[in-house]
Design a protein around this ligand. Structure first.
Ligand SMILES: *Cc1c(COP(=O)(O)O)cnc(C)c1O
Length: 432
């Protein structure tokens, strides 16, 4: 075929099968399909069926790029898969607040401007005992804001063992530099004592920063002062102690520090993520002394880093579940997945295996999200043929699984009962 034998964009778009989707969509798809066909012809190949290509293009364009996938990896807070799935109660709040107007920044009682930061303070105080609270876009923003507001052009003491990379290039020393604060390293990689901080305090010291070793542990000859010991150094010197908890938790989960423990232990400010073990939307939560929180709130960066109404609605919906911790464990998907007894995960794997003709395998699930790196969560998977993994990812909805020992493992800790039918259908479709 020669280039001039190809139809024009207009001719192709008038094909009834394409025109049925509307003129604009048909023209856009025809243009893309013809561009690809011309490439092929120039490369000496066949132009192919341009109508079919344009129809496929329309389907692609109509399908959202950001969409649901089924997580069969066994990693509960999977950063690449959107971290925490939201609880039903949180989604309801998003629908209500996002679908119409809201009192986001309106004080209904006084009929005047209110603050978006007011809505969550009561709940957060009740759940953690904190004096004051602030919510920003994510925990990276919370750390940045705390350092900018409390330590700009001054010194921040951090243990050498805590100058960590959290993931995707997010490094504590870089954030510190961007905040305008100066880093003063204390102690060594494996051992840092309270006296190391004490000895480093000078006239320019603004605060002590502690960073939770979220995604790693140093084992062996190690030492790290308890929060109390650090508070005993910071307080007499009149310096705030800021504790970056990373994931943070509101209920006990293995050795993950809870926000309340950190505040009780003497931290003046604690910050943590909304979408790690908390199981809510992406957010950074700052809790602690009212005078310090107020300095963060007044800093110009706060305006740039603040959370939007959908986040605040989802976070309020999630936090409200924690008022009854047992309800949180039942209804917050992250907690439910981490706490579900192995027998019930295995029963799901058995049902899936029966449905698709796979075998049940013992596996180890993970909390993920850079939390609880050493905690093995016993789990069960349905194993199917290795070759299916790629086709499962290409399915609708895509299923993301793990390939190990020449088999595709569908870990059932991160799949729900409601997902099973879809997964079984996806496996059947992938086998073609
Ligand atoms: C994850 C993490 C962060 C960043 O939190 P995001 O909510 O992902 O921005 C910061 N500090 C620590 C210790 C973390 O684990």
């Amino acid at each position: 075929m020669r280039l001039r034998d190809l139809p024009s964009v207009d001719e192709l778009a008038r094909d009834a099968r394409l025109a049925a989707f509307g003129h604009g969509a048909a023209v856009a798809a025809a243009r893309t399909a013809l561009a690809a066909a011309r490439e092929r012809v120039r490369a000496g190949r066949d132009a192919g069926d341009v109508v079919a290509a344009a129809l496929a293009e329309i389907q692609r364009a109509r399908h959202p790029r950001l969409h649901r996938v089924l997580n069969a990896t066994g990693v509960v807070v999977h950063t690449n898969l959107g971290r925490a799935p939201l609880a039903e109660a949180a989604l309801e709040r998003v629908r209500e607040v996002g679908g119409g107007y809201s009192n986001l920044e309106y004080d209904l009682e006084r009929a005047r401007r209110g603050s978006r930061q007011e809505h969550l303070v009561g709940l957060l105080r009740r759940l953690t005992g904190a004096e004051a609270a602030l919510v920003v876009n994510n925990n990276a923003a919370a750390v940045l804001l705390a350092l900018a507001a409390l330590a700009e052009a001054r010194e921040v003491l951090v243990s050498r063992g805590e100058l960590v990379e959290i993931g995707d290039g997010f490094r504590i020393p870089d954030v510190l530099a961007r905040s305008g604060a100066r880093l003063v390293e204390v102690g060594t990689t494996n051992r840092t004592r309270a006296t190391d901080y004490e000895g480093a305090i000078g006239p320019d010291t603004a605060l002590l920063l502690r960073v939770h070793p979220s995604n790693f542990r140093v084992v062996g000859f190690t030492e790290r002062p308890a929060l109390r010991e650090l508070a005993a150094v910071a307080r007499p010197a009149g310096l705030p102690l800021v504790d970056d908890l990373g994931s943070g938790a509101l209920v006990d989960l293995h050795d993950e520090p809870t926000a309340r423990q950190s505040l009780d232990g003497g931290a003046d400010l604690v910050c943590f993520s909304g979408d790690k073990l908390l199981g809510g939307p992406q957010a950074g939560i700052v809790l602690g002394r009212a005078d310090l929180v107020e300095r963060l709130r007044r800093h110009p960066l706060q305006r740039a880093l603040r959370a939007d109404k959908l986040t605040l609605a989802a976070l309020e919906g999630t936090l409200a579940l924690y008022v009854d911790p047992e309800r949180a464990v039942r209804e917050v998907p992250v907690l439910r997945a981490l706490r579900e007894p192995l027998e019930s995960v295995r029963a799901r794997a058995e049902r899936l295996a029966a449905a698709v003709g796979g075998t049940v395998e013992e596996t180890v699930a993970r909390a993920g999200g850079g939390a609880l790196p050493l905690v093995d969560v016993p789990s069960a998977a349905c194993a199917v043929e290795e070759g299916l993994a790629e086709r499962l990812r290409a399915g609708d909805p895509p299923v993301v699984a793990v390939v190990r020992d020449a088999r595709t493992l569908l870990d059932c800790r991160t799949l729900s009962d409601d997902d099973l039918e879809e997964v079984a259908a996806a496996v059947a479709a992938a086998r073609g």
